[in-house]
Design a binder for this molecule. Structure first.
Ligand code: ADP
Length: 201
């Protein structure tokens, strides 16, 4: 078995924390984890497949009901819905659909921002305190990570600063060391431009 050294880096916004962590999102014990799903909500590849495999059948059954009752045509990009976590350590899974990268001229950044923001709004409605995000859209959907990271960090940071009530700690889970490096740099830059307290670990 390979043991990976888990590193984190975080910013503190008036007591609410945004942290970057390297690892597998399916192993996280935050109240909720976010799934970078596709519009079908029926599972797929990448992080979506990993979450469905780890959570078990309950997840797809709940997603089927959501499709039937709320989104017969599929969950539109930028929207978010919540299910239980099935067999996961996390009690909830928030499913959101990121944008497919089309070269940057199809409002991809705006849709990515909505995906993060709506996931946080859904979390608030369920009184969730801690939540883990994957790097939405930067895998199969092809959004360049250097462009996606500033959107992810600024959207979560602004939410923690201005709107959060129940949400106290947000992790971005980077799956590879190079993804971790991108988000860490972005968080550092955000911390330096923002006059907040910085707590590197
Ligand atoms: P999208 O279709 O939104 O691009 P992907 O699942 O293809 O979604 O990729 C999104 C990100 O999730 C990628 O950075 C990928 O490396 C990462 N990823 C894949 N599996 C996991 C996992 N188990 N935990 C955390 N991140 C993961």
């Amino acid at each position: 078995m390979i043991y990976r050294c888990v590193s984190t880096y975080s910013l503190n916004f008036n007591g609410r924390i945004l942290a970057i962590k390297e690892g597998d999102i399916t192993m996280q014990d935050t109240d909720a984890i976010v799934n970078a799903a596709n519009s079908s909500l029926m599972g797929g590849g990448g992080v979506d497949g990993a979450i469905h495999r780890a959570a078990g059948r309950a997840l797809v059954e709940e997603c089927r009901i959501i499709r039937k009752t709320q989104y017969p045509a599929g969950l539109p990009p930028g929207e978010a819905v919540i299910t239980s976590g099935g067999r996961l350590k996390a009690k909830f899974v928030i499913h959101t659909v990121g944008p497919i990268w089309m070269g940057g001229k199809k409002d991809e950044s705006e849709i990515l921002k909505k995906a993060y923001r709506n996931s946080l709004i859904v979390a608030e409605k369920s009184g969730i305190g801690t939540i883990s995000f994957p790097s939405i859209s930067t895998g199969a959907y092809g959004f360049p990570i250097e462009k996606a990271a500033p959107v992810a960090v600024s959207t979560i940071a602004e939410f923690l600063l201005k709107e959060a009530r129940s949400v106290e700690k947000v992790y971005i889970l980077a799956f590879t060391p190079s993804d971790f490096a991108v988000y860490r740099r972005e968080l550092k830059l955000y911390g330096e431009s923002f006059n907040g307290s910085k707590t590197p670990k």
